[in-house]
Design a protein around this ligand. Structure first.
Ligand code: ZN
Ligand code: FE
Length: 265
């Protein structure tokens, strides 16, 4: 008797620009793309794999995440999912505006929406519990976090903590390959963190072979990403040393780290 075949979802990076990853999900000839900053690269990736685009998912309004949306939508008629708090250029194509608590069906998988303001005011993330996958745009990066263009340190810290509270084996599909520069900063903050030293060596080897260091896992991030470690004594002390002020709240430790990273060479 024939058994039903369950096809797994494949998740591939489509490298774009200098250091972006557009994430291509596919299963049984259908595809979804997260943060398509460049339409031509997505068309090429679809053609190479003989895929039809079903869905376009957007985490926030920046051009490197949205530049290809209108053209892809026009050519494919794919459904477009966008943050409710941001206006995304779709060339007139309708979108489904999402906020925390919403859930969508993508390629037969349920994705849950989380509000994660900080990098931008309306930034959202997509969590697929059954895939153990998180698409978090420019909020949480491998070894770091996004810049605060439209949010406060308190907002970003709360957003990062929300993501860090997801299951530890969740893979973190962030939108940029910033890992080595993030880990250099992390080592300046926590030079004695053995896990961090090991991660830095491993990621350096991967980059030397042009391999993506993304996705990481939330477990790795919690052990090595200073922006998720503001309550660790060594992280607090480093933030205090760097700003020569008494840091009391977690938010002020986070703010000091983010300001330090902004000018870290
Ligand atoms: Zn961005
Ligand atoms: Fe970006």
């Amino acid at each position: 008797m024939p058994t039903a075949t369950v096809t797994e979802i494949t998740i591939d990076p489509v490298p774009a620009f200098r250091d972006n990853y557009l994430w291509l999900l596919s299963r049984a000839g259908r595809a979804a793309i997260v943060d398509p900053g460049d339409a031509a690269l997505v068309f090429a990736a679809l053609a190479a794999r003989s895929l039809t685009l079903d869905s376009i998912l957007v985490t926030h309004h920046h051009a490197d995440h949205t530049g290809g949306v209108a053209e892809l939508a026009r050519a494919t008629g794919a459904a477009i999912f966008t943050p409710a708090g941001e206006s995304i250029m779709t060339g007139g194509a309708p979108t489904r505006a999402l906020r925390e608590g919403d859930a969508i069906d993508v390629l037969g998988e349920r994705l849950q929406v989380l509000d994660v303001p900080g990098h931008t005011a309306g930034h959202i993330a997509y969590h697929a519990p059954t895939l153990r996958a998180l698409f978090c745009g420019d909020t949480l990066f491998a070894g770091g976090c996004g810049r605060l263009f439209e949010g406060t340190p308190a907002q970003m810290l709360a957003s990062l903590r929300k993501l860090a509270a997801l299951p530890a084996d969740t893979r973190v599909y962030c939108a940029h390959e910033y890992t080595l520069s993030n880990l250099r900063f992390a080592l300046a903050v926590e030079p004695g963190n053995l896990r961090l030293q090991q991660r830095s060596e491993r990621c350096s080897e991967m980059r030397a072979r042009q391999m993506p260091t993304v996705p990481s896992t939330l477990a790795e991030e919690c052990e090595t990403n200073p922006f998720l470690r503001v309550t660790e004594p060594q992280v607090r002390e480093a933030a205090e040393r760097h700003t020569s002020g008494a840091r009391i709240s977690d938010e002020s430790v986070f703010a000091a780290l983010r300001a330090w990273k902004n000018v870290f060479a």
